[in-house]
Design a protein around this ligand. Structure first.
Ligand code: ADP
Ligand code: ZN
Ligand code: ZN
Length: 727
C-alpha cells in the first residue's frame, strides 16, 4: 500500500503529500495515521492524508516509514485541518498542526503523555483483614485502614497515612493489596467567578421559543443542520438556552462544542457548563498545563467527555458525533487567530457544523453584520425578569478639559455615597499615550516600530504596545536637555488614579493587559470586584465582556469614539459593540442602572444606535453602507503583508505578488496597493488588499500568487503573510 503523507515541517514551498510504501509488517496504517518518516536527511512526523494502490514514483525511489505512532486523527479533523490550510492560504502542515493531539512534538516521542501513578487497592483477602484476625504491623494496619474506602494513589497514602513504599510492597507480597499503574487525570480548574449555582430555572417564553427553534433543527435530518443566530439583549439569558440545547444534544447521544471568548475573561460561562454537566465537560483554556490539555483532549477523543468548552482553538476539539456548536459572544474579536494560519473560529465552526450535520448556534447582543445577514435569527429582545435595559446618556466632550464630564463625576460620587458598583471603560492602557519634550518637541518613539511610546508610570517605563520594547521613563530630553517632559492623553493607569481620588474609600480595581498580563490577573481582578460589596472596575475592553454582576448600577465609557478616528471598515461595528456591551453590564439587578458615554462627537451613528440599544437599526444601516462601498459581507477581502528587515525587499515582494495577481483582475478580483505600512518589530512592511465578490476566486488567486513569490529566489529577503477576512 502507498500512504500519501504530509510531513509536519514549516517550509511553505513544499508540495506534498509525499508517497511512502507501507510494509506488511506495519498494519493498521490508514488515513489519519501518524507516522515517523524519513524526509531528506531528517526524520519527521507526518500524517497520512490519503492512501493508494500504487505510486507515480519509480519503485526504487519509494521509501518506507520508520514507525507508526499507533495514533490516529479522526478523518473529520484531518479534513478540517486541510481545509483550514487552503481556506487561509497556509500550509497543510500548519493546518494539521491545529488538529493534532496536544504535545505531539516533532519526532516519534511525544512531548507529553498520560500521567500514570502507582495506585493501591485492597484485594479480597485485604478486605477480609479489615475485620481483624490477621497479624499486621502498625504501619500495615494504617495502610489497610486508609484503603478501606477504595483505591488510593501510593503517593497520597505516603502523605496522608505515613505509609511508605516498602509497607505497600510487603502487603502486596502477602496478597492483601494489589498495586498497579493507573492513568490519573490532571484536572484543570475553571476559575469560578460568578458561578452562583442557580440550578434549574424555568425558561422565559423567549428562551422557550429560541430553544424550540434549535431543537427543531437538531431533529431534522442531520444533513440539514442549520445555522442560527441567537440575538438576545444583554441579560436575556442566552447561556441558559445554550445549556438546554447542549443537554438536548447529549440526550440524543451526540456531542457539543461551546466556543467562548478568552476563558479568563468570561469564567462564568465555562463554570456554568461544568456545574451543569460535570465530567461530561472538557474545558480547554490558555492556562492549562500541557499535561492537563493532553488529558482533556484524550477524554474527548475517547468519548469520556462529550462537551468541549473553550476559546477559538476548541473548534478543533475531537468531539465525535457532533450535534451542536455554540459560538457565544460571536462578535468577539478573539475568535480570529493572529498568527498563521489566521483562521476565524466562527467560519471554521460553520464549516465543521456543516460537514458534521450539526447545528451552529451563534449568540450575541451585538451580532456581526456577516451573521445578521447569513444566519437565521432567533430573537430575545428583553432581559430575564423583564428588567428594562439601562438608559444611556451621550455626553459631548468637545472643548472640555479633563477626562471626566461633570455628569460622570456626579454619577461616580453617587456610587461612592451609596457604596455601590460601577464599571468604567477606557480602551487605552498605560498612563499617557505619548510623551514629548516641551523644549524641542521631541516625541519618544519605539526604535523598532514607527509608533510613539506609552508611559507606564507605576513601572516608570516607556513601552511600545506593538513589540514589547521598553525603556526607562525619561527625566530629561536627550536632545536638548530640557527637563520639561509633557505627557499627553490619558490611559487606564491614569484614570485609575483619578477615580481612586474621586470615589475613595470605595476600592478601584483596574483590569487591562498590564494587570491581567499573564491572564491570571484577570480572574483575580474580576473575582475581587465581584466579592466586594462596593467598587469601581476600570479597564480596557476586557471589562465589557459578558460579565454578569447584578449589583453594578453605573456603566461609563470614556472617549467612546476613539475607535472611530482610525480609518477601518470595522470601526463602526466595533464602537457599537463596545458601547452596547458595556451598557449591558449595568442594571442587571433589582437596583436598575444607568450608562454614561463620553465622546468627542456624540452624534456618531454607532453611538446613537448603541444608546438606544438598537442593534437592528445599527445593522441595517451598516449593511447598507457596506453594500454601497462593496465591503464584506458583500465581498471577501484578503490581505497580503510583505515584510523585510531592511527597506526594499518588502516592496519588491509586494510588487511581485501584485504582478502575479494582475491576470486575475479580468476574473473579477480587484487589487488595492501595494501601500506601505508602518514599521513594526523592526520590519519594513507593505500591504496589498485583494477584493472580490467571489470568495473562492480571491483566495485561490492570492494563494497561487503568494506561492509563486515564495518560490522566487530573488525575493528571499521578504516574508509573506496572508490574512483572509482581516479584522
Ligand atoms: P446573557 O448571556 O444573555 O447576557 P445570561 O445568560 O448571563 O444573559 O443571563 C443573565 C442572568 O439571568 C443570569 O444570572 C442567569 O442565571 C439568569 N437567568 C437566565 N435565564 C433565567 C430564567 N429563565 N429565569 C431566571 N433567571 C434566569
Ligand atoms: Zn528636547
Ligand atoms: Zn515597538
Amino acid at each position: 500500500m502507498i500512504a500519501k503523507v504530509e510531513p509536519l515541517t514549516s517550509a511553505r514551498a513544499l508540495r506534498g503529500p509525499f508517497d511512502y510504501r507501507v510494509p506488511r509488517e506495519m498494519p493498521g496504517v490508514g488515513v489519519g495515521s501518524m507516522l515517523v518518516v524519513p524526509f531528506g536527511p531528517r526524520r519527521v512526523l507526518g500524517v497520512v492524508v490519503d492512501t493508494a494502490d500504487r505510486s507515480e514514483l519509480p519503485e526504487e525511489r519509494l521509501v518506507e516509514p520508520l514507525a507508526t505512532l499507533g495514533r490516529e486523527l479522526p478523518a473529520e479533523l484531518l479534513r478540517l485541518g486541510l481545509w483550514v490550510a487552503r481556506e487561509y492560504c497556509s500550509t497543510p502542515a500548519r493546518g494539521l498542526g491545529l488538529v493534532l493531539p496536544p504535545g505531539t512534538g516533532r519526532g516519534a516521542a511525544p512531548r507529553v503523555s498520560a500521567r500514570r501513578v502507582l495506585v493501591a487497592e485492597l484485594t479480597a483477602a485485604g478486605r477480609a483483614a479489615l475485620g481483624g484476625g490477621v497479624r499486621l504491623g502498625s504501619r500495615q494496619r494504617a495502610a489497610i485502614a486508609a484503603l478501606s474506602r477504595g483505591a488510593v494513589p501510593a503517593a497520597r497514602l505516603a502523605r496522608e497515612a505515613g505509609c511508605d513504599h516498602a509497607t505497600l510492597r510487603a502487603l502486596e507480597r502477602r496478597g492483601l493489596v494489589e498495586l498497579r499503574r493507573d492513568e490519573l487525570r490532571r484536572r484543570p480548574s475553571v476559575p469560578g467567578v460568578g458561578a452562583r449555582g442557580r440550578g434549574e430555572v424555568s425558561l422565559t417564553a423567549d428562551q422557550e421559543a429560541a430553544l424550540a427553534a434549535v431543537m427543531a433543527r437538531l431533529d431534522t435530518s442531520p444533513e440539514v443542520g442549520g445555522r442560527l443566530l441567537l440575538h438576545g439583549v444583554t441579560g436575556s439569558g442566552k447561556t441558559e438556552v445554550y445549556l438546554r440545547a447542549v443537554a438536548a444534544v447529549l440526550e440524543r447521544g451526540r456531542g457539543a462544542i461551546v466556543l467562548v471568548p478568552e476563558i479568563a475573561l468570561t469564567p462564568q460561562t465555562a463554570s456554568r457548563f461544568e456545574e451543569r454537566f460535570g465530567d461530561a465537560v472538557a474545558v480547554l483554556h490558555s492556562r492549562l498545563s500541557p499535561g492537563e490539555r493532553y488529558d482533556e483532549w484524550w477524554r474527548l477523543r475517547r468519548g469520556d467527555a462529550r462537551v468541549c468548552v473553550g476559546p477559538r482553538s476548541a473548534v478543533f476539539a475531537p468531539v465525535e458525533r457532533l450535534g451542536l456548536i455554540v459560538v457565544d459572544e460571536e462578535h468577539d474579536s478573539s475568535y480570529k487567530q493572529e498568527g498563521d494560519p489566521r483562521y476565524d473560529a466562527r467560519r471554521v465552526a460553520e464549516r465543521r457544523a456543516e460537514e458534521a450535520g450539526a447545528v451552529l448556534l451563534a449568540g450575541s447582543a451585538t451580532p456581526r453584520p456577516e451573521s445578521w445577514r447569513a444566519l437565521r435569527r432567533l430573537s430575545m429582545p428583553s432581559r430575564v425578569d423583564r428588567r428594562p435595559l439601562p438608559p444611556v446618556e451621550l455626553l459631548g466632550m468637545a472643548g472640555r478639559a479633563g477626562s471626566l464630564h461633570p455628569r460622570t463625576r456626579a454619577a461616580l460620587e453617587e456610587v461612592r455615597t451609596a457604596r455601590g458598583k460601577a464599571i468604567v471603560l477606557l480602551n487605552r492602557r498605560g498612563w499617557s499615550n505619548f510623551v514629548s519634550c516641551r523644549g524641542c518637541g521631541r516625541v519618544w518613539e519605539c526604535p523598532q516600530c514607527d509608533v510613539s511610546l506609552v508611559l507606564h508610570r507605576a513601572r516608570a517605563r516607556l513601552a511600545c504596545h506593538h513589540c514589547g520594547h521598553a525603556e526607562p521613563a525619561p527625566s530629561a530630553c536627550p536632545d536638548c536637555g530640557s527637563v520639561s517632559v509633557g505627557r499627553h492623553g490619558a490611559g487606564t493607569e491614569r484614570l485609575e488614579q483619578e477615580l481612586t481620588a474621586l470615589v475613595d474609600p470605595v476600592p478601584v480595581t483596574r483590569l487591562d493587559a498590564d494587570t491581567g498580563g499573564a491572564r491570571a490577573g484577570a480572574a483575580t481582578a474580576l473575582g475581587s470586584f465581584e466579592a466586594a460589596p462596593a467598587g469601581v472596575l476600570v479597564g480596557t475592553q476586557m471589562v465589557a465582556k459578558g460579565h454578569d454582576f447584578p449589583d453594578v448600577t453605573l456603566g461609563v465609557v470614556i472617549d467612546a469614539d476613539a475607535t472611530l478616528r482610525f480609518p477601518d471598515l470595522r470601526a463602526e461595528e466595533r464602537t457599537f459593540a463596545l458601547v452596547a456591551q458595556l451598557a449591558g453590564r449595568s442594571g442587571r439587578g433589582p437596583a436598575g442602572g444607568a450608562v454614561l458615554v463620553q465622546a468627542l462627537d456624540p452624534s456618531a451613528r454607532s453611538l446613537r444606535h448603541a444608546a438606544l440599544h438598537d442593534a437592528e437599526g445599527f445593522l441595517a444601516g451598516e449593511l447598507a453602507r457596506r453594500k454601497e462601498l462593496g465591503y464584506p459581507p458583500f465581498t471577501t477581502l484578503v490581505r497580503v503583508v510583505c515584510s523585510a528587515a531592511s527597506r526594499g525587499p518588502e516592496a519588491a515582494a509586494a510588487a511581485a505578488v501584485r504582478a502575479a495577481l494582475e491576470p486575475q483582475v479580468a476574473a473579477g478580483i480587484s487589487i488595492l496597493g501595494p501601500a506601505p505600512l508602518f514599521r513594526r518589530v523592526g520590519r519594513e512592511r507593505a500591504q496589498l488588499l485583494v477584493k472580490s465578490r467571489d470568495r473562492g476566486a480571491a483566495i485561490d488567486a492570492v494563494r497561487s500568487a503568494v506561492e509563486t513569490a515564495a518560490a522566487d529566489r530573488s525575493l528571499r529577503g521578504a516574508a509573506l503573510s496572508v490574512d483572509v477576512d482581516p479584522q
